[in-house]
Design a protein around this ligand. Sequence first.
Ligand SMILES: [Fe+2]
Length: 236
Amino acid sequence: MSDLGAVPVPGQFVLGEMTSTYTLPPLPYAYNALEPHISEQIMHLHHGRHHQAYIASLNALQKNYSAAAAANNLHEQLALQPLLKFHGGGHINHALFWPSLAPAQSDDALYPETKAPSLVAAVAAQWGSLGAFKAAFTAVLLGIQGSGWGWLTHSGSGSSSDHQLSIVTTKDQDVPVGDVVFGIDMWEHAYYLQYLNGKAAYVAGVWQVVNWTTAEARFTGQRPASVDYITVTLSE
Ligand SMILES: [Fe+2]
């Protein structure tokens, strides 16, 4: 329903009802690969149920939004925007999360100094050492109230030495501003089945499975973070 009326604009390009359909990106490792730090059960539920649910809702919302736009129903479009933000953010954030992790015994997780030399140097320049950075990040993660995420982001252009790193948090499924280096899911669904209320133990476990190769590639611009969530098809 629209009582606002649509004023045709000469030369305006109309997309009609073409919509994007997002699909669940596969995990870059087996469901049990992050054991014992993140259990296979959690990974199955978190990836196959939670992330999939955000994508299913996002796809349905996109279709409804597209139909509302085609009908010039501004009220419906506005009503859908907060839901799109939540479920679209849920997709983006989780798609950024999975490649941020790697099996604890892999070189990607074991050797930050060799797998992420530019990033580790930048971290040391800002926080003094990798250990000091981890402590600062951990404190921020443990300070999150309710559901949210912790992120290491960078900004700047040109050589990596120009980049400013930031530890930021986002609430619920808000997406971070800035280019993501890595992110840590602090929703209870990410840890409760295994760690119960042991949030600090979960964070300690996550530090054992950070994928420093992904982090370095994102930091140096070799891997735009957006490539992790653009699995999409267009349809009418
Ligand atoms: Fe999650």
